[in-house]
Design a protein around this ligand. Sequence first.
Ligand code: ATP
Ligand code: MG
Length: 439
Amino acid sequence: MSEIIEPLRGMNDVLPDEARWWQRLEAAARAVFAQYGYREIRVPVLERTQLFKRAIGEYTDIVEKEMFTFEDRDGLSLALRPEGTAGIVRAAISNGLLHNQRHRLFTFGPMFRGERPQKGRYRQFHQIDAEAFGYEGPDIDAELILLSARLWRVLGISRVRLEINSLGTAEARAAYREVLRAYFTAHESVLDADSRRRLGGNPLRILDSKNPDLAALIAAAPLLTDHLDAASREHFDGLRARLDAAGVGYTVNPRLVRGLDYYSRTVFEWVTDALGSQNAVCSGGRYDGLVPQLGGTPTPAIGWALGMERIVMLMQELGCAAPAELPQVYFVLAGPVAAAAGLQLAERVRDALPALRLETDIGGGSFKAQFKRADKSGAAVAVVLGEDELARGVAAVKPLRGGGAQEDCGFEALPACLARLVAAAPVDDGGATRQDPGR
Ligand code: ATP
Ligand code: MG
């Protein structure tokens, strides 16, 4: 045998037991987006490295050390996308979507960052992104937050709380940047190497440092909130009023700056206390300056991204329901003639009952072995077809859970009989709490 090939660090396989939670999240998100009129956009995973450098900012962790970049055969520098917004803005510009138009969009997909893998932090991870273009006022900021809050309710997610902040306009931030630069320059001797580099580039980034030695210095730094321009303050007050009116709780965190340079005005983050240190499950903000920065017609824009792995972990941690996927009916087919006939009969039942989950025993084996598999499958009802039943034109139908006698049922009447028995079976939790006993 050849040597096995190891998976890459920080890149996960999602196995079927896990995938059903992903399906639940995706289906719920699609349904909620449809409720609010958001439409799907799909963009490439590979883009020119230049796109992310210009959009996310040269002095961010992502661009400085986390991007997967390589040269193609023509020497063009390409990058696996580390986030979704830059590609969507690029696509909106490339396809002329921003000429006096408004768009509410969403996308799903893998993102790549060369971070140190740990629980809740991977090198390939997945995001659901929502983005809105062409809306200036705080209504859309509120709508995007309400949409995310609705998604938590639909999924049954509790233990998340919202933090918001305003970064002001680019001009207000430029002024604040100088205030910060002066402050950190006065304390340059205690800065670490990363922060010292950022002092010249973008001192705001120092506020996002995770170095505990800098925590006290950062806590005492001048507040952005005190340097907000009047229009941004009014915008922020508007958002707060709308969240208050909708009954969405939040705290204002004046230190929330986010890890990407393109934000202006509103930024927000949903955090949880249920996942340990990887506590951000959904984050976003306004990026009114990004479209022109990437060569497009100035267009106000705002969006958020949620980390699918972290939401799936949260759903599991909180015992939220995953969709049922265990079979409801299991066909036991004794002998080769019954096996062939059973395949046809199962097709007829599926035609009649499209929502029924029906599994046939494939590959035969003894009657006893098949029955064991039927029991283990989690199905509510077994249908037995042998030479004897075939000769009589019936199937033997046996409830597997909660008792109930075996009965014979003609082929024509079988769908109705199965529908009745499945409905009457003791409620199956759909395997939501079942840890798959040896299937
Ligand atoms: P963090 O502070 O945890 O590094 P971030 O600020 O880098 O998060 P964003 O770039 O805003 O995160 O991405 C949005 C969401 O994507 C995050 O809230 C998080 O849920 C998720 N996320 C970010 N990086 C990773 C990763 N490496 N692995 C898994 N999920 C991630
Ligand atoms: Mg990060």
